[in-house]
Design a protein around this ligand. Structure first.
Ligand code: ADP
Length: 303
C-alpha cells in the first residue's frame, strides 16, 4: 500500500499559502517529512488524516480516495497529532479501553487483549495503572501511539512527536516507530534532522509550502560527497567568509566556530573536505543548492 499525494494546495482564509502544489509518493516503511516551523507539515498531515480539505489536488491511499472516502480512510488510519489532551485522572489502561470501545471493539475480552497487546508494545504495561496526569512527556507520546494503533492502521501519521522528549525517551520512541514501520506506512513529520537520519528510508524536505527535495537519506548524503567543506575558525572570521562562500551551517565546538560550506571545488586555504551528513542535505536544499523548487514534469518518452 502506498500513499500518493498529487498537486495539493491550500491557502488559509487569512491569505497564508500553506501548501503550494505539493506532490509526494510515500511507500511502505518510515517516511520523514522534514521542514522548519511554518513549512506546512501539519497542514498536510491534517489533510491526509481527513481533518481538513485542500483547495485542490488528490490524495490516494492504495485504492482509497482520501478526500472522498473519509470514513473508510479513518478506519485504516492512525493519527498522532502534534498536541493532544489526555484525561489526567484516569489510568492508561482505563483510557485505552475506553478508546477501544469507541473504536467499536465491543466485546470485553477482545478489548482486554487488544489493550494489553498495545500497552506491551508501547512499553507501558508496567505503568498501566498509573494516572495519565503523572506520565512523562515520552510516556504520553507512547500512549498516543497506543491510541493511534487501535484498529491496526495501515497508515500511521505522527506529527512532530519527538519535540520535548529527553534523549532516552526520544530513542525509545523512535525505536517503537521503526518497529511499526516494518508493517505499515509511517509518516513522520519533524523539524529535527536526526529523527529522519536515524529512522527513515525515504524523506522529503518541505519549506514554505513547497517540496524542495524528495530522496533517500543515504543516497542524498552520498550525492553531496566531495562538495561539503569545513573550516574551524574564530567567530570573528565568519563575516568575511559569508559573502564569498555558500555557508550551510555554523556550530560552536569547544569555543571555536565550525563552518560548513557547499562548493563543487575546494574553496581555498583553511578548508578541509567533510563527510556529508543529513544536515548538509537539509541546508543545501533550503538554500536552493540541491533539489527542486517545484516538481519537474516527466521527460517526454519517445518510442
Ligand atoms: P508546520 O506544521 O510545518 O509548522 P503549519 O502547517 O502548521 O506548518 O503552518 C503552515 C503555515 O500556515 C504557517 O504560516 C501557519 O502560520 C499557517 N497556518 C496554519 N494553520 C492555520 C490556520 N488555521 N489559519 C491560518 N493560517 C494557518
Amino acid at each position: 500500500m502506498q500513499l500518493s499525494i498529487r498537486n495539493i494546495s491550500k491557502t488559509y482564509p487569512n491569505g497564508v499559502r500553506a501548501l503550494n502544489d505539493v506532490s509526494l509518493t510515500i511507500p511502505p516503511g518510515m517516511f520523514g517529512l522534514l521542514g522548519p516551523n511554518g513549512a506546512g507539515k501539519s497542514t498536510l498531515m491534517r489533510m491526509i488524516a481527513t481533518l481538513q480539505d485542500p483547495d485542490g489536488g488528490s490524495i490516494q491511499l492504495g485504492e482509497l480516495d482520501v478526500l472522498r472516502q473519509k470514513d473508510e480512510i479513518r478506519k485504516t488510519l492512525g493519527y498522532l497529532p502534534q498536541e493532544f489532551g489526555v484525561y489526567p485522572k484516569v489510568s492508561a489502561e482505563e483510557l485505552l479501553d475506553h478508546f477501544a470501545l469507541l473504536k467499536g471493539i465491543a466485546e470485553r475480552r477482545a478489548r482486554r487483549e487488544v489493550v494489553e497487546a498495545l500497552l506491551r508494545q508501547t512499553n507501558l504495561w508496567e505503568v498501566r495503572k498509573q494516572k495519565l496526569g503523572g506520565y512523562s512527556g515520552g510516556m504520553k507520546q507512547r500512549f498516543g501511539v497506543a491510541v493511534a494503533l487501535l484498529g491496526n492502521p495501515k497508515l500511521l501519521i505522527v506529527d512532530e512527536p519527538t519535540a520535548g522528549l529527553d534523549p532516552a525517551e526520544r530513542v525509545r520512541f523512535l525505536n517503537l516507530l521503526s518497529e511499526i514501520g516494518e508493517n505499515s506506512v509511517v509518516l513522520l513529520s519533524t523539524h529535527i534532522v536526526e529523527d529522519v537520519s536515524e529512522l527513515c528510508t525515504r524523506m522529503a524536505i518541505i519549506d514554505r509550502g513547497e517540496i524542495l527535495l524528495e530522496a533517500e537519506p543515504l543516497r542524498a548524503m552520498n550525492d553531496l560527497r566531495g562538495r561539503i567543506w569545513r573550516r574551524v575558525m574564530s567567530k570573528g572570521e565568519l563575516p568575511a567568509l559569508e559573502p564569498e562562500h555558500a555557508v550551510l551551517s555554523t556550530k560552536l565546538l569547544a569555543g571555536r566556530t565550525v563552518a560548513r560550506v557547499h562548493s563543487d571545488a575546494a574553496p581555498g586555504p583553511g578548508f578541509e573536505a567533510a563527510e556529508p551528513d543529513l544536515e548538509d542535505v537539509y541546508f543545501s536544499a533550503m538554500a536552493g543548492r540541491i533539489g527542486r523548487r517545484r516538481e519537474q514534469p516527466e521527460p517526454a518518452v519517445t518510442p
